[in-house]
Design a protein around this ligand. Sequence first.
Ligand code: SF4
Ligand code: SF4
Length: 332
Amino acid sequence: MAKPKVALYWNASCGGCEEAWVDLAEDILKVVEAVDIVLWPVAMDFKRKDIEAMEDGEIAVAFLNGAVRTSEQENWSKLLRRKAGVVIAFGSCAHIGGIPGLANFYSKDEVFDAAYGYLPTVDNPDKVEPQTSTKMPEGELELPKIWDRVCALDQVIDVDVDYYLPGCAPPPDLIMDAVTAILSGELPPKGSVLAPDKSLCDTCDRNESKPEKLQITELKRPHLTFMDPEKCFLAEGVLCMGPATRSGCGERCINANMPCRGCFGPTRDVKDQGAKFLSALASIIDINDDEAMDRVLDSLPDPAGLVYMYSLPTSLLRGRVPEKKREKAKVS
Ligand code: SF4
Ligand code: SF4
């Protein structure tokens, strides 16, 4: 019997999600034995035209990692959506926007000014920026267009995502559970996130160390304080996104004595992970005087970047309105 065809693709990705497959260790042999990999740009040489030549739906499952910001990433996502029966958003960037989504705090012009202009490591006196088309004696060179915003995979028009595998990167046990479910045909309802629908605090061993009435009067940064490996970070004044984050990661960061940063995204009923965390934080901060409160807030250098570290593109805010547009909105 022919093996099911599987495609693995990367959009705006750091490559960590590709390594997650290698982290399956010997289990990767079971995957390779059970499926026929027809696309995996990081590891094998397949061509786009080979995928285009396939029938629609011919690929059983496409795992796409990375966020989407360019015309090329959008085109690949749409192509794989057409060719695959099941599309899985693999990893935080495809699921909720991820770290690349933090760029939505800035306009495209601001990002370009930094990347091709004023940053100290940039040597570009003429401020040359990437062009989508450049005529050279040898012919015309083309680069993809860069869109104004970073998107999660399901925010791309016409890309309907069947399942989400969360994490930065997804842990091996969740990947194997997903592969097993796909091969056995025992998949949960379409649209499910393939991880438990509980908050990380519900599964974290340190939860028991929380006092009955949790109250804090200062915020501490992890690298500037001693963190007791047995105690709840929040109870110690170190911000930990556990109350607003889905469990299933195996508490990898917590076990390494680092607070959660939210890469699994929120649970099903939470619309905005950052807002959920801020509401949890507001309920435990025990300060009534404005000056002390300002001091506490000033001790956090980038609060929005912290609470939306992984989920800005899929938050209610989606990002910061670019300065120019905000000016126009004020005028009209
Ligand atoms: S989810 Fe994490 S590991 Fe995967 S591509 Fe994004 S940043 Fe990299
Ligand atoms: S806040 Fe963090 S350390 Fe505390 S119980 Fe929740 S996940 Fe664990």
